[in-house]
Design a protein around this ligand. Structure first.
Ligand code: HEC
Length: 140
């Protein structure tokens, strides 16, 4: 299910995430990758390392493979989903956000639980969960 770059630690945490989701839907990081290529690669680059092809003034899309590193080695899946969703201005880091709001693209059955930094879980749609799973799989 996951590409070989996913360390065992990641695989375990994804299994833990799947276990708290009811009904259980497996996260499909390959589907997540194709969503990423369609919606995100333009700015964040095909490898998610931040070297996208957009040269819009004021848009400096960050490297998404160092999110776990910047968070003491833990990939904050729920927080990342909130940042992608973008409809909560506090979670999305302020109103001066340059990144588009994607929440509307990832509506649908909220059937998958992602863990939040607080330890609570957050229900997200399957496409969002797949996208977050792929991002987790590319962490350095
Ligand atoms: C128009 C360019 C653009 C597109 C398209 C885009 N982003 Fe972003 N993204 C940004 C910018 C710029 C930031 C930095 C914060 C800000 O200014 O909004 C960012 C920030 C982020 C962050 C927070 C990173 C951190 O280190 O805190 C995540 C996660 C993220 N983007 C994921 C995605 C995903 C997933 C997609 C596709 C669904 C996507 N982005 C599409 C420009 C973009």
């Amino acid at each position: 299910m996951f590409r070989s770059i996913a360390a065992p630690r990641h695989a375990l945490s994804v299994i833990a995430l799947i276990c708290i989701g009811l009904p259980v839907l497996a996260q499909d990081s390959e589907n997540g990758q194709s969503i990423y290529m369609g919606y995100c690669a333009l700015c964040h680059g095909p490898q998610a390392t931040g070297s996208g092809i957009t040269t819009l003034p004021g848009i400096d899309a960050p490297d998404l493979t160092v999110i776990a590193q910047a968070n003491e080695g833990v990939f904050p899946a729920g927080e990342v989903a909130q940042q992608i969703d973008g409809r909560d201005p506090i979670a999305a880091h302020g109103a001066d956000r340059a990144m588009p709001v994607f929440g509307g693209y990832f509506e649908g059955d909220k059937g998958v639980a992602l863990r939040m930094p607080s330890g609570q879980s957050m229900m997200v749609s399957k496409p969002m969960a797949d996208l977050v799973a792929w991002l987790e799989s590319v962490q350095k």
